[in-house]
Design a protein around this ligand. Structure first.
Ligand SMILES: Nc1ncnc2c1ncn2[C@@H]1O[C@H](COP(=O)(O)OP(=O)(O)O)[C@@H](O)[C@H]1O
Ligand SMILES: N[C@@H](CC(=O)OP(=O)(O)O)C(=O)O
Length: 438
């Protein structure tokens, strides 16, 4: 049995947390490959080391003195080393980091040092081999992740390695330049390592006892999810459920390896199993609810639009030409709405509108900004009736106006659009209608 275990920043924020992690790893021999994140927040107002590194590097880039910021980072690590009673010094590494920052080695290099240093501590604490992720996670010269090359390099490197610590979040381009995944990317590294080893399970340890039906910062004490499919999880993580990075599914999915989300602070809890498919009947019709704020709807009106062949293609071409990806596209007989991320759209707003006029000569175009999208996801929805009606009635009872509703034919999810300011209330209303209260 081989397990790859990834520990998030919240699990490695202090020596006390490190000790819990040590106990978890030592409890099972199969926990042979460890992927650590950088130290996260010790308390809610604390700063993650990754954010401290970004700030410190920004000072270096502006030519300011960054000694104080770097010292604060060093103190975070020294506190952990001291608390664990290790005979380890990171002086040499910090000297190199200082030089590299002064030489403007790049934002990604800076951020990656959080995981790199934590990996060195973890390997020393466990007596495991340290493998620098820059030697096993490959990006091409344009900074795109190279999945097959990485899989080959990683499997060869780990073939004869009994136990190893591989820091999360980064890799390197062919010229050796460090490149990171997007924020939260240590989850992706864990998944890549699990695939390369054809591990039996990828355990992802965090500060909640698994995936919950809704964000616990919005719904009080939400119900945990025992089992969820890759597809359902992908919908939820894409739509903002931050427990797992939205790209972390792909590597393990290739090998059908289950992911088990576990809680470092409650290791006895079983957590959530994320699997390819399951015959287990979901406890509730819906599996989860997640959402994001900050969308804009572009409503295009034109009489007889329906009979104009190629209308949709011409509209989407304008978005493509402007490098804007679209999220949803509900349409009627004479109307078509394109929903995009507000921050991608605002700076190109007038250019896009002018090009839409030129491309399809509409009767009118209206914009509706500050929208939030909420995804109600569940494999159980396929076999039950009235789901969309229940969502709508939950929102109308809460006096929330539904700006848009979209249900894919897979019936795996229903997407609703509401004003940003009703986002939290809408999630609570949907939760209450679908999840029986204890
Ligand atoms: N549906 C959800 N279920 C569980 N946690 C969620 C959900 N949506 C958002 N979260 C948040 O995700 C957090 C865990 O993710 P993250 O902060 O990335 O952890 P880590 O530091 O372990 O990587 C939880 O503390 C919780 O606040
Ligand atoms: N440390 C990086 C990568 C990461 O995955 O962290 P965490 O596991 O704490 O979400 C970040 O803050 O984005």
């Amino acid at each position: 049995m081989v397990k790859v275990v990834k520990f998030g920043g919240s699990s490695l924020a202090s020596a006390e947390q490190f000790k819990k992690v040590g106990n978890i790893i030592r409890a099972e021999e199969s926990r042979r490959y460890v992927v650590p994140s950088a130290p996260g927040k010790r308390f809610s107002e604390d700063t993650k080391v990754t954010d401290m590194l970004y700030k410190c590097y920004a000072e270096a880039e502006e030519g300011k003195n960054f000694d104080k910021s770097l010292k604060a980072i060093k103190e975070r690590y020294n506190e952990i080393i001291k608390g664990l009673g290790l005979k380890l010094s990171l002086e040499e590494q910090f000297e190199t980091i200082k030089k590299q920052f002064a030489a403007k080695a790049g934002k990604d290099y800076a951020a990656s040092r959080g995981e790199y240093l934590n990996g060195i501590i973890m390997a020393n604490y466990l007596g495991y081999e340290f493998i620098d992720a820059a030697t096993v996670i490959c990006f091409d010269k344009n900074g795109e992740f190279e999945s097959e090359k990485t899989n080959q390099v990683m499997s060869e490197r780990l073939a004869n390695t009994e136990n190893a610590v591989i820091p999360g979040f980064y890799g390197a381009m062919p010229n050796g330049q460090v490149k990171t995944f997007s924020r939260g990317g240590s989850d992706v590294t864990g998944s890549i390592v699990a695939r390369a080893l054809k591990a039996d399970v990828y355990e992802n340890w965090t500060d909640v006892s698994g995936f919950l039906v809704a964000d616990p910062r919005i719904v009080e004490n939400p119900k945990p999810i025992a089992i969820i499919t890759y597809k359902e999880l992908r919908e939820l993580s894409y739509m903002g459920a931050s427990v797992l990075h939205e790209s972390a599914i792909f590597p393990v999915r290739k090998e059908g390896i289950p992911i088990n989300i576990r809680n470092t602070n409650a290791p006895e809890d079983k957590g959530t199993m994320i699997v390819e498919t399951t015959c287990s009947i979901p406890e509730c019709i819906i599996t989860g609810i997640a959402g994001k704020k900050g969308f804009v709807a572009i409503n295009i009106d034109k009489d007889m639009m329906n009979s104009e062949i190629g209308f949709g293609r011409k509209v989407l071409q304008v978005f493509e030409d402007n490098g804007i990806s679209f999220e949803h596209m509900p349409s009627g007989i004479d109307t078509m709405t394109v929903i995009v991320h507000q921050d991608e759209f605002v700076e190109k707003e007038q250019k896009v509108l002018a090009e839409l006029h030129r491309a399809v000569n509409p009767d009118s175009i209206e914009l509706e900004s500050n929208l939030a999208l909420i995804a109600v996801v569940g494999r159980g929805m396929k076999n039950s009736v009235g789901n969309a009606a229940n969502v709508i009635s939950a929102l109308s009872n809460a006096k929330i106006n539904v700006k848009m509703i979209d249900q894919g034919s897979s019936e795996l999810n229903i997407i609703v659009g509401v004003r940003n300011r009703y986002f939290e209330a809408a999630i609570r209303a949907i939760y209450d209608v679908f999840i029986p209260q204890k």
